[in-house]
Structures are given as C-alpha cells and as structure tokens.
Design a protein around this ligand. Structure first.
Ligand SMILES: [Zn+2]
Ligand SMILES: [Zn+2]
Length: 141
C-alpha cells in the first residue's frame, strides 16, 4: 500500500495515514484521556461533564467526543450533551432514545421492500392480497 499523508484533525501535524483520522501521538493521548475519564466516572458515577473535565484535566470537548462515540456514558444528563435532533439532555451518543427510535422507523419505511419474482402462482396472488391490506392500513392511519 502506498503511504498517504494527512493533517491530524486534532494537532494539525502531518502524519502517515493508516485509516485513523488522528496522528499516532494524538491517538495515544486520547487513549490516556479516555482511561482517565473512565476511571474518574467509575469512582464518581454521578459526575457531570464539567467536573470530569476539571478533575481529569481533559478538555470538555474531548469528554463530549467520547460520550458522542458511545465509549463513555454519564449517569445523569447534566445538559452538556444534547440530542442533535430535539435538544434534550442525553447521557451518551448523539440523539435521545425517542429520536433514535424515530430514526429507525423512518429508515424502515423508506427501505425498498423485497419483491418475490415468481410468476402467476397462488402464492403470488396471496401476497398481492396481503400487500393490499398493508396499503389499506397505511391509508387509514
Ligand atoms: Zn495529532
Ligand atoms: Zn431527541
């Protein structure tokens, strides 16, 4: 594989790209930060983002980054991490559970339904009928 060079998103240094958006030293630094936060949250389960940041000397945005990735979870939503869709405080990830399940539903309804491609069998007639039912149900909603 040919080496390609990238600018690190965190420290802006040029590094050899190996599939990670950060340079090796930032990856190491982030991992150390992660361990610190994890340990602190383990010992102080109710701590908020700002408290964690202060006590571990890790930037607030780094703490939030781990929460968004779902690598860490707060016990209490302290208002530092908000749902990107509706803005309610959340404890991990990017969206609140309500918006998450809403997203899943939207995805499911936009997915193309698999169509069986058999010709003129009784089964086809039956599935056409049940499809009709689905359509009717949808209209009533
Ligand atoms: Zn870096
Ligand atoms: Zn939401």
């Amino acid at each position: 594989m040919v080496n390609s060079y990238r600018t690190c998103q965190r420290c802006k240094k040029i590094y050899t790209y190996m599939g990670n958006p950060l340079c090796p030293s930032c990856v190491k630094q982030l991992d150390e930060d992660f361990q610190k936060i994890k340990k602190y949250l383990y010992e102080n389960p109710g701590a908020g983002v700002e408290e964690v940041s202060e006590k571990t000397e890790v930037e607030v945005k780094t703490v939030l980054h781990f929460l968004r990735e779902g690598r860490l979870e707060m016990k209490n939503a302290d208002g530092m991490l908000l749902c990107t869709k509706c803005g309610v405080p959340i404890t991990k990830g990017t969206m609140c559970p309500a918006c998450m399940s809403g997203m899943v539903r939207t995805l499911e309804s936009t997915l193309p339904k698999p169509e069986p491609k058999k010709q003129h069998s009784r089964l086809d007639a039956m599935s056409a009928k049940s499809k009709l039912h689905v359509e009717i149900n949808k209209d009533q909603k």
